[in-house]
Write a protein that binds this ligand. Structure first.
Ligand SMILES: [Zn+2]
Length: 117
């Protein structure tokens, strides 16, 4: 049995979006050279996504001001699509940062805001 408690649904429209260890995820496929990656399936919204997606890390490709704008829009209650459009990034990027903002990024957000002009 795979331990999927660290993963959550990556579909922002899903009512289990961002929820971990809820039992709504199953492994529907393995891939990669050592079968090291899993394709996860959400029973709630029927979406499939890679277990690499949504891993909480900053990839560093997004400029500082974009990260700040993105987090601001999310904090203001903008949806993922709206934020993506306003900031000019992909929906996936917003989702990744949204997940971070929900759990890990609040200190970072506060730090970024503190340094903004
Ligand atoms: Zn889902």
């Amino acid at each position: 049995m795979d331990d999927l408690t660290a993963f959550c649904c990556q579909n922002p429209d899903c009512r289990d979006f961002g929820r971990r260890g809820h039992g709504h995820l199953t492994v529907c496929m393995r891939y990669g050279q050592q079968q090291q990656h899993r394709l996860l399936y959400c029973k709630t919204c029927k979406e499939r996504f890679s277990d690499r997606k949504g891993t909480p890390f900053f990839d560093g490709r997004l400029p500082h001001d974009k990260v700040l704008a993105l987090l601001h829009h999310l904090a203001e209650g903008c949806g993922v699509r709206q934020t993506a459009r306003l900031v000019g990034v992909s929906k996936d990027t917003v989702v990744r940062y949204a997940l971070l903002a929900g759990e890990h990024a609040r200190p970072l957000h506060d730090e970024l805001v503190a340094f903004s002009p």
